[in-house]
Ligand binder design. Sequence first.
Ligand SMILES: NC(=O)c1ccc[n+]([C@@H]2O[C@H](COP(=O)([O-])OP(=O)(O)OC[C@H]3O[C@@H](n4cnc5c(N)ncnc54)[C@H](OP(=O)(O)O)[C@@H]3O)[C@@H](O)[C@H]2O)c1
Length: 292
Amino acid sequence: MSTTSSSLPGGTWTLGDLTVTRFGYGAMRLTGPGVWGPPADRDEALAVLRETRNLGITHIDTADVYGPRVANELIREALHPYPGSLLVATKVGAVRDEQGGWPPAREPDQLRQQVDDNLKGLGVDRLDLVYLRLGNAEGPQPGSIARAFETLVELQQQGLIRHLGVSNATAEQVAEAQSIAPIVAVQNMYNLVYRHDDELIDRLAAENIAYVPFFPLGGFTPLQAEALSAVAKRLNTTPISVALAWLLQRSPNILLIPGTSSVKHLRENVTGAGLSLGDEDIAELEKIGRQG
Ligand SMILES: NC(=O)c1ccc[n+]([C@@H]2O[C@H](COP(=O)([O-])OP(=O)(O)OC[C@H]3O[C@@H](n4cnc5c(N)ncnc54)[C@H](OP(=O)(O)O)[C@@H]3O)[C@@H](O)[C@H]2O)c1
Protein backbone atom coordinates (compact mmCIF):
# COMPACT_ATOMS: atom_id res chain seq x y z
CA MET A 1 0.00 0.00 0.00
CA SER A 2 1.26 3.47 -0.87
CA THR A 3 0.20 5.31 2.26
CA THR A 4 2.81 6.41 4.80
CA SER A 5 2.72 8.83 7.67
CA SER A 6 2.23 12.59 7.32
CA SER A 7 1.11 15.20 9.81
CA LEU A 8 -1.88 15.92 7.58
CA PRO A 9 -4.95 13.70 7.86
CA GLY A 10 -4.80 10.62 5.66
CA GLY A 11 -1.01 10.50 5.36
CA THR A 12 0.46 10.30 1.87
CA TRP A 13 0.02 8.51 -1.45
CA THR A 14 2.53 7.89 -4.20
CA LEU A 15 1.58 8.94 -7.72
CA GLY A 16 4.14 7.31 -9.99
CA ASP A 17 7.43 8.55 -8.54
CA LEU A 18 5.91 11.48 -6.60
CA THR A 19 4.62 11.18 -3.04
CA VAL A 20 1.87 13.65 -2.12
CA THR A 21 -0.28 14.36 0.91
CA ARG A 22 -3.71 12.77 0.59
CA PHE A 23 -5.11 16.09 1.79
CA GLY A 24 -4.67 18.34 -1.24
CA TYR A 25 -6.24 21.54 -2.51
CA GLY A 26 -8.44 22.37 -5.53
CA ALA A 27 -7.73 25.83 -6.97
CA MET A 28 -10.91 26.33 -9.03
CA ARG A 29 -12.47 28.50 -6.29
CA LEU A 30 -9.71 31.10 -6.56
CA THR A 31 -11.37 32.70 -9.59
CA GLY A 32 -14.34 35.05 -9.95
CA PRO A 33 -18.00 33.94 -10.07
CA GLY A 34 -18.72 31.22 -12.64
CA VAL A 35 -15.00 30.28 -12.54
CA TRP A 36 -14.43 33.39 -14.64
CA GLY A 37 -12.09 36.33 -14.14
CA PRO A 38 -10.12 37.42 -11.09
CA PRO A 39 -11.11 36.63 -7.49
CA ALA A 40 -13.08 39.15 -5.43
CA ASP A 41 -10.25 39.17 -2.87
CA ARG A 42 -6.89 38.65 -4.57
CA ASP A 43 -4.84 38.94 -1.37
CA GLU A 44 -6.95 36.26 0.28
CA ALA A 45 -6.58 34.00 -2.77
CA LEU A 46 -2.78 34.32 -2.56
CA ALA A 47 -2.95 33.78 1.21
CA VAL A 48 -4.92 30.54 0.70
CA LEU A 49 -2.20 29.22 -1.61
CA ARG A 50 0.59 30.21 0.78
CA GLU A 51 -1.32 28.56 3.61
CA THR A 52 -1.39 25.28 1.67
CA ARG A 53 2.42 25.42 1.78
CA ASN A 54 2.47 26.33 5.50
CA LEU A 55 0.18 23.39 6.26
CA GLY A 56 2.43 20.98 4.34
CA ILE A 57 -0.05 20.26 1.51
CA THR A 58 1.87 18.90 -1.50
CA HIS A 59 -0.92 18.34 -4.06
CA ILE A 60 -2.66 21.25 -5.81
CA ASP A 61 -5.22 20.71 -8.54
CA THR A 62 -5.70 23.39 -11.20
CA ALA A 63 -6.39 24.02 -14.91
CA ASP A 64 -5.64 26.80 -17.38
CA VAL A 65 -9.40 27.05 -17.99
CA TYR A 66 -9.98 28.25 -14.39
CA GLY A 67 -10.39 31.96 -14.96
CA PRO A 68 -9.14 31.23 -17.68
CA ARG A 69 -5.47 31.51 -16.69
CA VAL A 70 -6.33 33.11 -13.33
CA ALA A 71 -5.82 30.08 -11.06
CA ASN A 72 -2.51 29.12 -12.70
CA GLU A 73 -1.19 32.68 -12.48
CA LEU A 74 -2.11 32.95 -8.80
CA ILE A 75 -0.39 29.62 -8.08
CA ARG A 76 2.71 30.84 -9.86
CA GLU A 77 2.71 34.16 -8.02
CA ALA A 78 2.18 32.57 -4.60
CA LEU A 79 4.37 29.49 -4.82
CA HIS A 80 6.97 29.76 -7.62
CA PRO A 81 9.73 28.56 -7.47
CA TYR A 82 7.89 25.41 -6.46
CA PRO A 83 9.40 23.12 -3.84
CA GLY A 84 10.38 19.72 -5.24
CA SER A 85 7.81 18.11 -2.94
CA LEU A 86 4.84 19.95 -4.54
CA LEU A 87 2.81 18.26 -7.28
CA VAL A 88 0.64 20.61 -9.34
CA ALA A 89 -1.90 18.65 -11.37
CA THR A 90 -3.65 20.25 -14.33
CA LYS A 91 -6.22 19.35 -17.00
CA VAL A 92 -6.62 19.67 -20.74
CA GLY A 93 -9.50 18.77 -23.03
CA ALA A 94 -11.77 21.80 -22.77
CA VAL A 95 -11.57 25.54 -23.36
CA ARG A 96 -13.79 28.45 -22.28
CA ASP A 97 -16.17 30.22 -24.65
CA GLU A 98 -17.47 33.78 -24.47
CA GLN A 99 -20.55 32.69 -22.52
CA GLY A 100 -18.34 31.11 -19.86
CA GLY A 101 -19.12 27.59 -21.17
CA TRP A 102 -16.59 24.73 -21.27
CA PRO A 103 -16.71 23.30 -24.81
CA PRO A 104 -14.58 20.19 -25.39
CA ALA A 105 -11.31 20.81 -27.26
CA ARG A 106 -9.59 17.48 -27.79
CA GLU A 107 -8.10 17.68 -31.26
CA PRO A 108 -4.33 17.05 -31.19
CA ASP A 109 -3.40 20.67 -31.98
CA GLN A 110 -5.84 21.95 -29.35
CA LEU A 111 -4.35 19.65 -26.70
CA ARG A 112 -0.80 20.72 -27.59
CA GLN A 113 -1.86 24.35 -27.24
CA GLN A 114 -3.46 23.69 -23.84
CA VAL A 115 -0.38 21.89 -22.56
CA ASP A 116 1.69 24.87 -23.71
CA ASP A 117 -0.72 27.30 -22.00
CA ASN A 118 -0.43 25.36 -18.73
CA LEU A 119 3.38 25.22 -18.95
CA LYS A 120 3.54 28.99 -19.48
CA GLY A 121 0.88 29.85 -16.90
CA LEU A 122 2.51 27.76 -14.19
CA GLY A 123 6.04 28.74 -15.24
CA VAL A 124 7.45 25.22 -15.59
CA ASP A 125 9.23 23.15 -18.27
CA ARG A 126 7.31 20.01 -17.46
CA LEU A 127 3.84 19.43 -15.99
CA ASP A 128 3.75 16.97 -13.06
CA LEU A 129 0.35 15.43 -13.83
CA VAL A 130 -2.00 16.14 -16.71
CA TYR A 131 -5.54 14.79 -16.83
CA LEU A 132 -7.35 14.39 -20.13
CA ARG A 133 -10.72 15.88 -19.24
CA LEU A 134 -13.49 14.00 -21.03
CA GLY A 135 -17.28 14.14 -21.25
CA ASN A 136 -19.13 17.39 -20.70
CA ALA A 137 -20.99 19.34 -18.00
CA GLU A 138 -23.56 16.52 -17.79
CA GLY A 139 -20.79 14.10 -16.81
CA PRO A 140 -18.82 11.35 -18.56
CA GLN A 141 -19.93 10.43 -22.10
CA PRO A 142 -19.08 7.13 -23.78
CA GLY A 143 -16.74 6.89 -26.78
CA SER A 144 -13.14 6.17 -27.67
CA ILE A 145 -10.52 8.49 -26.23
CA ALA A 146 -7.58 6.93 -28.09
CA ARG A 147 -6.73 9.82 -30.44
CA ALA A 148 -6.70 12.44 -27.68
CA PHE A 149 -4.94 10.28 -25.11
CA GLU A 150 -2.26 9.24 -27.61
CA THR A 151 -1.54 12.93 -28.21
CA LEU A 152 -0.82 13.38 -24.50
CA VAL A 153 1.38 10.27 -24.52
CA GLU A 154 3.41 11.87 -27.34
CA LEU A 155 3.81 15.04 -25.28
CA GLN A 156 4.85 12.90 -22.32
CA GLN A 157 7.48 11.20 -24.50
CA GLN A 158 8.72 14.65 -25.52
CA GLY A 159 9.32 15.41 -21.82
CA LEU A 160 6.54 17.98 -21.38
CA ILE A 161 4.41 15.84 -19.03
CA ARG A 162 5.56 13.63 -16.15
CA HIS A 163 2.40 11.62 -15.40
CA LEU A 164 -0.98 11.13 -17.05
CA GLY A 165 -4.52 10.75 -15.76
CA VAL A 166 -8.10 10.95 -17.04
CA SER A 167 -11.00 12.98 -15.69
CA ASN A 168 -14.79 12.90 -16.05
CA ALA A 169 -14.28 9.45 -17.58
CA THR A 170 -16.34 6.27 -17.80
CA ALA A 171 -14.83 3.05 -16.43
CA GLU A 172 -14.40 1.88 -20.04
CA GLN A 173 -12.46 5.03 -20.94
CA VAL A 174 -10.20 4.54 -17.90
CA ALA A 175 -9.48 1.00 -19.14
CA GLU A 176 -8.89 2.27 -22.69
CA ALA A 177 -6.36 4.84 -21.41
CA GLN A 178 -4.61 2.11 -19.42
CA SER A 179 -4.37 -0.04 -22.55
CA ILE A 180 -2.44 2.81 -24.23
CA ALA A 181 -0.14 4.03 -21.42
CA PRO A 182 0.09 3.93 -17.62
CA ILE A 183 -2.06 6.40 -15.69
CA VAL A 184 -1.51 7.41 -12.07
CA ALA A 185 -4.89 9.00 -11.26
CA VAL A 186 -8.55 9.29 -12.21
CA GLN A 187 -10.44 12.48 -11.31
CA ASN A 188 -14.22 12.09 -11.39
CA MET A 189 -17.20 13.52 -9.53
CA TYR A 190 -17.76 11.58 -6.29
CA ASN A 191 -18.85 12.36 -2.75
CA LEU A 192 -20.90 10.97 0.11
CA VAL A 193 -24.14 11.52 -1.82
CA TYR A 194 -22.99 10.90 -5.42
CA ARG A 195 -21.41 7.45 -5.48
CA HIS A 196 -21.53 6.26 -9.10
CA ASP A 197 -17.84 5.29 -9.04
CA ASP A 198 -17.80 2.90 -6.07
CA GLU A 199 -16.75 -0.07 -8.19
CA LEU A 200 -14.16 1.93 -10.12
CA ILE A 201 -12.58 3.21 -6.90
CA ASP A 202 -12.13 -0.33 -5.60
CA ARG A 203 -10.63 -1.51 -8.89
CA LEU A 204 -8.19 1.41 -8.99
CA ALA A 205 -7.22 0.83 -5.34
CA ALA A 206 -6.28 -2.76 -6.22
CA GLU A 207 -4.12 -1.40 -9.06
CA ASN A 208 -2.48 1.27 -6.87
CA ILE A 209 -3.99 4.12 -8.91
CA ALA A 210 -5.28 7.25 -7.19
CA TYR A 211 -8.91 8.33 -7.34
CA VAL A 212 -9.36 12.08 -6.91
CA PRO A 213 -12.99 13.06 -6.34
CA PHE A 214 -14.03 16.44 -7.67
CA PHE A 215 -16.90 18.19 -5.86
CA PRO A 216 -16.00 16.36 -2.61
CA LEU A 217 -18.24 18.84 -0.78
CA GLY A 218 -20.93 18.86 -3.46
CA GLY A 219 -19.38 21.60 -5.59
CA PHE A 220 -21.91 24.32 -6.40
CA THR A 221 -24.64 22.45 -4.45
CA PRO A 222 -23.37 21.86 -0.90
CA LEU A 223 -23.94 18.30 0.31
CA GLN A 224 -27.16 17.80 2.21
CA ALA A 225 -28.51 14.63 3.77
CA GLU A 226 -30.34 13.90 6.98
CA ALA A 227 -27.88 11.20 8.03
CA LEU A 228 -24.95 13.53 7.35
CA SER A 229 -26.44 16.23 9.59
CA ALA A 230 -27.29 13.63 12.27
CA VAL A 231 -23.76 12.18 12.36
CA ALA A 232 -22.22 15.67 12.39
CA LYS A 233 -24.47 16.68 15.28
CA ARG A 234 -23.67 13.52 17.26
CA LEU A 235 -19.92 14.10 16.80
CA ASN A 236 -20.28 17.80 17.56
CA THR A 237 -18.77 18.81 14.22
CA THR A 238 -19.84 20.04 10.78
CA PRO A 239 -21.23 18.08 7.80
CA ILE A 240 -18.19 19.28 5.80
CA SER A 241 -15.80 17.65 8.27
CA VAL A 242 -17.77 14.41 8.19
CA ALA A 243 -17.86 14.41 4.36
CA LEU A 244 -14.08 14.87 4.09
CA ALA A 245 -13.26 12.37 6.82
CA TRP A 246 -15.60 9.83 5.21
CA LEU A 247 -13.75 10.14 1.87
CA LEU A 248 -10.37 9.57 3.53
CA GLN A 249 -11.73 6.51 5.31
CA ARG A 250 -13.60 5.23 2.21
CA SER A 251 -10.45 4.02 0.43
CA PRO A 252 -6.69 4.61 0.80
CA ASN A 253 -6.33 5.66 -2.87
CA ILE A 254 -8.73 8.61 -2.47
CA LEU A 255 -6.95 11.98 -2.57
CA LEU A 256 -8.83 15.08 -1.38
CA ILE A 257 -8.86 18.33 -3.35
CA PRO A 258 -11.60 20.38 -1.63
CA GLY A 259 -11.87 23.90 -3.00
CA THR A 260 -12.04 27.05 -0.95
CA SER A 261 -11.36 30.76 -1.35
CA SER A 262 -10.85 31.21 2.40
CA VAL A 263 -7.85 30.59 4.66
CA LYS A 264 -10.23 29.98 7.55
CA HIS A 265 -12.13 27.29 5.63
CA LEU A 266 -8.88 25.67 4.48
CA ARG A 267 -7.70 25.32 8.08
CA GLU A 268 -11.13 24.07 9.19
CA ASN A 269 -11.09 21.46 6.43
CA VAL A 270 -7.67 20.13 7.41
CA THR A 271 -8.83 19.75 11.01
CA GLY A 272 -12.20 18.33 9.96
CA ALA A 273 -10.74 15.69 7.64
CA GLY A 274 -8.84 14.28 10.62
CA LEU A 275 -12.07 13.27 12.33
CA SER A 276 -12.22 9.57 13.14
CA LEU A 277 -15.54 8.01 12.13
CA GLY A 278 -16.60 4.91 14.02
CA ASP A 279 -18.38 1.85 12.61
CA GLU A 280 -21.77 3.18 13.69
CA ASP A 281 -21.16 6.51 11.95
CA ILE A 282 -19.96 4.82 8.75
CA ALA A 283 -22.98 2.49 8.72
CA GLU A 284 -25.33 5.46 9.01
CA LEU A 285 -23.50 7.39 6.29
CA GLU A 286 -23.50 4.37 3.97
CA LYS A 287 -27.31 4.57 3.86
CA ILE A 288 -27.03 7.93 2.04
CA GLY A 289 -25.09 6.37 -0.82
CA ARG A 290 -27.56 3.52 -1.15
CA GLN A 291 -30.48 5.96 -1.41
CA GLY A 292 -28.61 8.42 -3.70
N1 LIG B 1 -12.14 17.47 -13.37
C1 LIG B 1 -13.20 18.23 -13.39
O1 LIG B 1 -14.00 18.20 -14.32
C2 LIG B 1 -13.48 19.13 -12.22
C3 LIG B 1 -14.74 19.74 -12.08
C4 LIG B 1 -14.94 20.53 -10.96
C5 LIG B 1 -13.94 20.73 -10.01
N2 LIG B 1 -12.72 20.15 -10.20
C6 LIG B 1 -11.64 20.29 -9.18
O2 LIG B 1 -12.14 19.82 -7.95
C7 LIG B 1 -11.90 20.79 -6.92
C8 LIG B 1 -12.97 20.70 -5.85
O3 LIG B 1 -14.23 21.05 -6.37
P1 LIG B 1 -14.95 22.43 -6.00
O4 LIG B 1 -13.96 23.36 -5.40
O5 LIG B 1 -15.69 22.88 -7.19
O6 LIG B 1 -16.06 21.96 -4.98
P2 LIG B 1 -16.04 21.41 -3.47
O7 LIG B 1 -14.66 21.20 -2.99
O8 LIG B 1 -16.99 20.27 -3.42
O9 LIG B 1 -16.73 22.61 -2.69
C9 LIG B 1 -16.19 23.89 -2.69
C10 LIG B 1 -17.22 24.80 -2.02
O10 LIG B 1 -17.28 24.47 -0.63
C11 LIG B 1 -17.12 25.67 0.12
N3 LIG B 1 -16.35 25.32 1.32
C12 LIG B 1 -15.15 24.70 1.39
N4 LIG B 1 -14.77 24.55 2.66
C13 LIG B 1 -15.72 25.12 3.43
C14 LIG B 1 -15.88 25.30 4.84
N5 LIG B 1 -14.98 24.85 5.71
N6 LIG B 1 -17.01 25.92 5.28
C15 LIG B 1 -17.94 26.36 4.40
N7 LIG B 1 -17.84 26.22 3.06
C16 LIG B 1 -16.74 25.61 2.58
C17 LIG B 1 -16.37 26.62 -0.76
O11 LIG B 1 -16.71 27.94 -0.42
P3 LIG B 1 -15.58 28.95 0.16
O12 LIG B 1 -14.77 29.38 -1.01
O13 LIG B 1 -16.40 30.05 0.77
O14 LIG B 1 -14.80 28.20 1.19
C18 LIG B 1 -16.92 26.26 -2.14
O15 LIG B 1 -18.13 26.94 -2.38
C19 LIG B 1 -11.90 22.12 -7.70
O16 LIG B 1 -11.30 23.16 -6.95
C20 LIG B 1 -11.16 21.72 -8.96
O17 LIG B 1 -9.75 21.76 -8.71
C21 LIG B 1 -12.48 19.34 -11.27
